[in-house]
Design a protein around this ligand. Structure first.
Ligand code: FES
Length: 138
């Protein structure tokens, strides 16, 4: 990122790398200090993307996010990746995964993301799922 960015603000929850805090803190500081952003790209966990969108909406900065819901067939047929964007049903696999973050229904997306949480936890317990271990450490 340093090779392609004029400015790089590295944020980590625990301060183990860069500055301690959320990306929204750095973004808001920069905006308040006069940065004039035309466009924001937020890619990561849903709560982070939602927080960034809430902030950029306040400052009227266009924001693109990349949705990563559960995908099964990747063809728009199964409905696993269904989202509501701008009041319309969209499928991340064929209509995205990038969307205008100000139009995404985050409440619905987060609820759908939790749909299989019980089964995921059961799989972790019963099969010592290594994939879930990796996700926890991410
Ligand atoms: S993955 Fe099935 S509709 Fe998108």
């Amino acid at each position: 990122m340093r090779a392609v960015c004029d400015q790089l603000y590295l944020m980590t929850d625990d301060g183990s790398n860069g500055h301690k805090g959320f990306v929204t803190a750095a973004l808001e500081d920069n905006i308040k200090n006069g940065a004039n952003y035309d466009f924001v790209v937020a890619i990561g966990p849903l709560p982070m993307m939602r927080a960034v969108c809430n902030l950029t909406k306040e400052y009227n900065i266009e924001t693109m996010i990349s949705m990563n819901p559960i995908m099964i067939d990747g063809t728009g047929m199964c409905g696993g990746c269904r989202l509501t964007v701008g009041g319309k049903t969209k499928f991340a696999c064929v209509d995205g995964p990038d969307f205008n973050g100000h139009e995404v229904d985050f409440d619905e997306a987060m609820k759908r993301l939790r749909t299989y949480r019980e089964q995921e936890q059961e799989a972790t317990r019963e099969f010592n799922c290594r994939l879930m271990e990796g996700a926890k450490n991410a």
